[in-house]
Design a protein around this ligand. Structure first.
Ligand code: NA7
Length: 541
């Protein structure tokens, strides 16, 4: 009995693959690896599946991707069974979907929940990863697959006096499961990125008073979220194969793409009408289903930016307030473009105040609120909608050490270096799902995730068939990829903004454009070519 138990323990601690994370990426990675016949163990720091959708439970949280493509494609049955309620599903529905997937494919049995991986070291003698958890377990695995998410390392700014605050404070990315009751409360929201812009209209409706602390005014496009009709649902289901195939090869993994035409080639009136038509449709299509030069050419970008500025001015009744809310000084969409449901309208409410931190910066947090240079804003609750240490943060905090004990955070001290965003030299058999240097946050995440996992599984199959024990990128391939990622970004207007795409939101983080901006379809093609050439750029042995 004891021997059997010990034997089972040993088997469980010696597996083919460890997967970190049980969000969209981790669930699919476990599914695929198990399908290939591998012994897999997954670790997840949350108490359940969901990843982003497990943690981001703030009011108004939801997907900015159209629901019918914000989901898996690997199972046509699943695709037909599941019905989304609305165009942009709320967090609770996406979490329900992921729980359904985990149950349907019996994925939970491979995961340990409430367990964080807090170290992973590659042992060159055994060619195995030694993975440690905060529960004190050590698991040995041939492959280490990180499915840690791009936006999972919450960034709470180090504002003086935070511990002095006597009220409650929350970060949007670490929201309490039981929710927060804002009724009768004076609430402050710090941050006007996508999370703040989703949360602010909802909190304003509940709170006694809402104070919005804005450092940089943001552009935003209406989501125009709505329920899907039964006819739409049946049409979508009937055509889903074609829709998905389109997404797979599109620029951002969505069911639309840039036009084959530049904004500057159109006369002003036609252009305005097209922008207006897309504005009425709502969603990212306004920008990413429009004219490519809006992201390359300052003159075209200015037209788009001015269009939104006019919309803000039309919406916000108080002209002085509108001035404060109108963005300037960076090209539109070069900071992640939020979608909103009544964001600018919220500032017409009597119970909402905007604090422009460029005029009156925060001095410190005090026991009864936030003190800016001119006054103290009295608050019962502070919501930090202040974002994340994006893309690299979730990886460097794991404590990954490659060959010769080299730490990932040391290797990436001047910015991440990867090949295809999937692997990094010196760290054999470490496979990153939607890592830095891949399209990741610039596209529809589930589309990216499935492509990555499938591709990594293809590489693992190749290794196993050829009797190889390890794969890692060559320095040359990695350098070449890094240059390519940079060159593509430099051709656009993106590097002009202080965005989290560049790490600009985290003090001391090197300014490196993190995602691959060449388009998701192009990236897929490149990955396929690498595979067709026997995984060119990898040292395999
Ligand atoms: P973002 O987009 O990084 O937005 C964070 C916001 O918080 C942004 O307005 C920041 O202003 C503001 N911020 C950050 N630190 C401070 C301090 N110290 N003081 C005042 N204001 C601050 O994060 P989100 O969570 O909204 O969105 C992240 C992504 O998650 C989103 O794009 C989706 O992909 C999902 P700043 O602009 O830096 O001046």
């Amino acid at each position: 009995m004891t021997t059997t138990h010990a034997g089972r323990e040993a088997a469980a601690n010696n597996v083919d693959a460890v997967v970190i994370g049980a969000g969209f990426a981790g669930l699919y990675a476990v599914y695929r690896l198990r399908e290939m016949g591998l012994a897999v163990r997954g670790f997840e720091r949350g108490s359940g599946v969901g990843g982003t959708w497990y943690w981001n439970r703030y009011p108004g949280a939801g997907s900015d991707s159209e629901s019918w493509v914000y989901s898996y494609t690997f199972s046509p049955e699943l695709e037909q069974e599941w019905t989304w309620s609305s165009r942009f599903p709320p967090q609770s529905e996406i979490l329900r979907y992921l729980e359904h997937v985990a149950e349907r494919f019996d994925l939970k049995r491979s995961f340990e929940f409430n367990t964080a991986v807090n170290g992973a070291t590659y042992d060159e003698n055994s060619n195995r990863w030694m993975v440690k958890t905060d529960k004190g377990d050590t698991v040995h695995a041939t492959y280490l697959v990180t499915a840690v998410g791009c936006l999972s390392a919450a960034a709470v700014p180090n504002i003086a006096g935070r511990d002095d605050f006597k009220g409650a404070w929350y970060h949007t990315g670490q929201w309490p499961h039981e929710g927060v009751d804002f009724s009768g409360k004076r609430v402050g929201v710090i941050g006007t990125g996508s999370s703040g812009i989703q949360a602010i209209p909802v909190i304003a409706k509940q709170a006694k008073h809402l104070t919005v602390f804005q450092r940089t005014p943001n552009f935003s496009v209406p989501a125009r979220n709505r329920a899907l009709t039964p006819e739409e649902v049946s049409n979508l289901k009937r055509n889903i194969k074609e829709i998905r195939e389109f997404c797979r090869w599109s620029t951002i993994g969505q069911p639309y793409d840039f036009k084959n035409q530049n904004a500057l080639d159109l006369d002003r009136e036609t252009l305005r009408q097209q922008l207006e038509d897309n504005w009425q449709k709502g969603g990212f299509e306004w920008m990413f289903g429009a004219f490519p030069d809006m992201l390359y050419d300052q003159r075209a970008n200015d037209i788009a930016a001015d269009f939104v500025r006019e919309k803000i001015r039309e919406t916000v009744k108080d002209a002085k307030l509108a001035d404060k809310l109108i963005p300037a000084g960076y090209p539109i969409a070069t900071k992640r473009l939020p979608l909103d449901s009544g964001y600018f309208e919220t500032f017409n409410r009597d119970n909402v105040t905007l604090v422009d931190l460029r005029e009156t910066p925060i001095e410190r947090i005090v026991e009864n609120g936030v003190r800016t240079s001119d006054t103290t804003h009295e608050l019962d609750i502070i919501v930090f909608a202040t974002g994340f240490d994006a893309l690299t943060g979730p990886l460097t905090r794991v404590g990954i050490r490659g060959r010769q004990g080299r730490k990932l955070e040391d290797k990436w001290a001047d910015g991440p270096r990867t090949y295809l965003g999937v692997a990094t030299e010196g760290f054999p058999n470490l496979f990153m799902i939607t890592g830095p240097g891949s399209p990741s946050v610039l596209g529809n995440m589930p589309t990216s995730i499935e492509q990555h996992v499938d591709w990594v599984c293809g590489l693992i199959t190749h290794l196993r068939k050829s009797g190889a024990v390890r794969a890692e990128p060559t320095t040359q391939a990695e350098e070449h990829w890094g240059q390519h990622v940079k060159e593509l970004a430099d051709q656009t207007l993106f590097p002009q903004a202080d965005s989290w795409y560049l790490g600009a939101n985290i003090p001391g983080k090197p300014r490196v454009f993190l995602p691959y901006i060449g388009g998701f379809g192009t990236y897929r093609k490149l990955c396929n070519e690498v595979a067709d050439k026997g995984y060119e750029g990898f040292a395999i042995g």
